[in-house]
Structure formats: C-alpha cells, structure tokens
Design a protein around this ligand. Structure first.
Ligand code: G4P
Length: 286
C-alpha cells in the first residue's frame, strides 16, 4: 500500500467505485497530459481490478506534443491504450467511442455469435478533480450535463449518460484524490491548477515552474522573454529567482523604486503557464 493520506476519503471513494464496478465494462481514466502520473490516483490500479482501461491524456493542447507521444508509448507498454485529447475544444473526442468499443470487442462479438443484439458498452470515467471530467462528459453527450466549475471537487449527482446508442457513461462516484502529499507531485498539481494555490506558496510553485522550464525549455523561455540570461546550475536558487525577476520585469510586475514584486511575478508566471502563454509545456516525463 502506498498511501497513508486521507484514509477516510480514500476508503469511501474506493467503496463507492467498487459498488459500481460490477455494472462497468470499460474504464476511461482521465489524466492531465502535462503531468500524467502526478494527476493519477495512486490506488487506481488496485481499485479497478484489471478492468479494460482506456487512458485519456486531457488538456493535451497545453502539453508538449513530443512528451505526450512518449506518454502514449509508456501507457501502451503498461497494457493501456492511451489517447491524447482536448476535451475543451473536442480534439480527438470522436476517437474515444471506437477505442472503447475496441476494448470491449470480444464481448460484442460473442453476443453477436449468440444472436444477441449487443447492448451499449458501459464506461466509467475516473479522474482526479479538475482534470476535465465534466468538460469531457458534456462533449461526449453533446450537451451540458455535468456541472463544470473552477473549484476542484465540485460534487455532481450520479447518473448514466447516453453517448448515442452505443455507449453509456458514468462519472466517478465520490472523489478520487491525487497523491498531493508527495512534494514534487504537489508542486506539479499546484502549477497546473489541480490543487488550490493556498496549499503551497505562489513563489514556491513559480520557482518550481521556472527551474523546470530552464532545464527543459530554456530556448523557448529565452525566445519568449527576449534573451533573458539563464543559469547553468539548476541547483542555484538565487539564480533561478533572478530569472523570475527578469520575467517579472518584462511583464510589468514592478513596485515603486523599480524593484520587482516577486509575488506578482510568481502569479504572472503561473497564470501564463496555465493559459498556455509560456508555450506547450509538460511538467513530467515518463
Ligand atoms: P472536473 O469535472 O474533472 O472537475 O473538471 P472540469 O471539467 O470542470 O474542468 C476543469 C477545468 O479544466 C475547466 O476550466 C475546463 O474548462 C478546463 N479544461 C477541461 N478540459 C480541458 C482541455 O482539454 N484543455 C484545456 N485547456 N482546458 C480544459 P475552468 O478554469 O474551470 O473554467 P473555464 O476556463 O472553462 O472557464
């Protein structure tokens, strides 16, 4: 067992999912393409008991396409077909039904052989709060069904949702939390907006983002911010703070006396990252 956190919450979510699982043919696991493992509930493998599973890498519009392709291979190696999607704009959403049917094809074929008209495939969508489940369900259903909100953990009622005649969908019963007590996981979740900022200091999140970007996306950062100087030593916090200040200066986060307001600069960096204004950035690699 890997978890010690919120045992009450996890036990409840687990029980709620297990109660539904016998009704389910295929599980759709929704992850954040920028941080697939960090946005995963660490108990999901245990809870899902080997159900056929399709992994969806959502918000792929914000992720680095090269890294996303590496993640698709990573999940395929683990036996889970994976598909990058953008639930907000609908990119690749039409691919989901055929992929789900593929995972259930053996059952459909056996029903056909017995002369039974195959029923709609029943899929359960699981994912941590804010990963885009409501957005995806609304896209699949072609209408507004699930409540979307900018607050992680908005509670929604349980209902089967019809996707045409071929698929019935169920949203995660209960709330599946990520493993946010892990420091690095927590920083990735905070940077992408999956957990509330109050849990970490803004400057800490921004420092994490900038350090990662200097390491992985240095050229893009320089291009975007007009040739700012980048430190060579990734461990040098002072130098990283200077990069944050340089960005803050370029973005107008200045207080009287010409000093850079580091809190404001941090907020700008985080907002720009989440809005895709720093480019397509993945914060985790396989
Ligand atoms: P949840 O049900 O899993 O909790 O998540 P929800 O659908 O409410 O989505 C959380 C946020 O993520 C929403 O933004 C939603 O628009 C955004 N989102 C979902 N899918 C995608 C995607 O593929 N790409 C991008 N870029 N964003 C996505 P929000 O800030 O709450 O609202 P708003 O920005 O839509 O106003």
């Amino acid at each position: 067992m890997t978890i010690q956190w919120f045992p009450g919450h996890m036990t409840k979510a687990r029980r709620q999912i297990e109660e539904k699982l016998k009704l389910i043919d295929v599980v759709i696991e929704l992850l954040d393409a920028r941080i697939p493992l960090s946005s995963r509930n660490p108990m999901v493998d245990e809870i899902l008991h080997g159900k056929p599973r399709l992994v969806l890498l959502n918000k792929s519009d914000l992720a680095d396409p090269k890294v996303t392709a590496e993640w698709v291979n990573y999940f395929a190696d683990q036996g889970h077909p994976a598909l990058p999607i953008d639930a907000a704009s609908g990119t690749n959403v039409k691919e989901i039904l055929p992929r789900v049917k593929q995972l259930w094809a053996h059952k459909i074929e056996s029903q056909l052989r017995k002369g039974i008209n195959p029923r709609a495939v029943r899929a359960l969508i699981v994912g941590i709060p804010n990963v885009g489940k409501s957005t995806l369900i609304n896209q699949l259903a072609g209408k507004k069904i699930a409540a979307t909100g900018d607050k992680p953990g908005v509670t929604k009622g349980q209902q089967w949702i019809k996707v045409g005649t071929e698929m019935d969908l169920l949203d995660t019963p209960g709330i599946l939390w990520p493993k946010f007590e892990d420091q690095m996981v927590g920083k990735r979740l905070a940077a992408t907006g999956a957990i509330k900022e109050e849990l970490l200091h803004l400057d800490e999140i921004a420092l994490f983002v900038i350090t990662y970007m200097v390491e992985q996306y240095g050229a893009g950062l320089q291009e975007r911010f007009g040739g700012i100087e980048l430190p060579e030593d990734m461990e040098d916090v002072q130098e990283m703070v200077k990069v944050m200040e340089a960005i803050g200066r370029k973005r107008g986060a200045i207080v009287s006396g010409g000093r850079v307001d580091l809190d404001k600069a941090s907020l700008i960096i985080i907002r720009d990252l989440r809005a895709g204004k720093l480019g397509r950035i993945s914060l985790e690699k396989p």
